[in-house]
Design a protein around this ligand. Structure first.
Ligand SMILES: Cc1cc2nc3c(=O)[nH]c(=O)nc-3n(C[C@H](O)[C@H](O)[C@H](O)COP(=O)(O)O)c2cc1C
Length: 231
């Protein structure tokens, strides 16, 4: 199993440990790990250079290191601590910097056959909305199989997490890994519906420009081809 593990934080706290624990449940997995902001220390500046070509993004080289791994992976694991009821700012910066991967722009065929997990911890509440920031992005990337795990750890570090809670997390991760191993990827009606709306937009010329429309045309999506076919 090829796994891309993307942490929305540089430090190795509770969220990191849970993500790592899950990844290590896959025997002989090839795990590529990234830390944000360490591995992509930028914010989108809104220059729109990426609209014509991803390579024109001023941060393309760093971003491409991560996205090459994402595109190559079978399983994506995202972790983020809950900060003010949402994903971390560095995770949000990553989401912004990859907006051309959305179905509204240039979705990648490979996304429509991937599995993903989003993990967040909070001291008390907010994991649901933190996780949603990322699951929403995965939906628009076209990833059809997304699991989530949020837990209130009542702690500021992994060391502070109560032993009983660590045992529960360990069991939950075992269960989640088994279910992912058995799980089948099926592109659902919601994804297909959204893709078709975006396709109509491209046909009508309501996309973000000629380069984008050409990408859709070349992919065959303006005709009968669909990204989930032959996956
Ligand atoms: C800037 C900041 C904002 C936070 N916001 C929340 C919050 O909205 N809700 C909450 O329950 N905990 C909040 N916390 C606590 C963390 O979510 C919690 O300690 C989490 O488990 C930290 O994960 P880590 O050990 O991976 O860093 C916040 C912590 C920080 C530093």
């Amino acid at each position: 199993m090829r796994i891309a593990l993307i942490h929305g934080q540089n430090h190795k706290g509770s969220t990191y440990h849970i993500g790592r624990m899950l990844a290590e449940k896959f025997e002989n997995a090839d795990i590529q790990e990234f830390f944000l902001p360490k591995d992509l220390n930028h914010f989108c500046m809104g220059c729109y250079k990426c609209i014509d070509s991803d390579k024109d993004c001023p941060f393309y080289d760093e971003k491409n290191q991560i996205m090459k791994s994402v595109e190559n992976a079978e399983l994506l694991i995202f972790t983020t601590p809950t900060y003010c009821m949402h994903a971390s700012a560095s995770m949000k910066a990553f989401i912004d910097l990859t907006f051309t991967y959305w179905m509204s722009h240039r979705p990648r065929k490979c996304m429509f056959s991937k599995k993903a997990v989003v993990i967040s911890t909070a001291a008390g509440t907010g994991t649901k909305s933190a996780i949603k920031d990322i699951t929403n992005t995965l939906f628009y990337w076209g990833v059809p199989y997304v699991k989530q795990y949020g837990i209130s750890v009542q702690a500021m570090s992994w060391e502070q997490v109560a032993i009983g809670k660590k045992c529960k997390i360990e069991k939950d991760m075992e269960k989640m890994a088994n279910s992912i191993k058995k799980g089948k990827v099926r592109v659902g009606i919601k994804t297909k519906f959204m893709f078709n709306i975006m396709r109509m937009m491209q046909i009508k010329g309501w996309g973000s420009g000629d380069a984008e429309k050409e990408y859709w045309r070349k992919s065959g999506w303006l005709d009968k081809e669909r990204p989930w076919k032959h996956c």
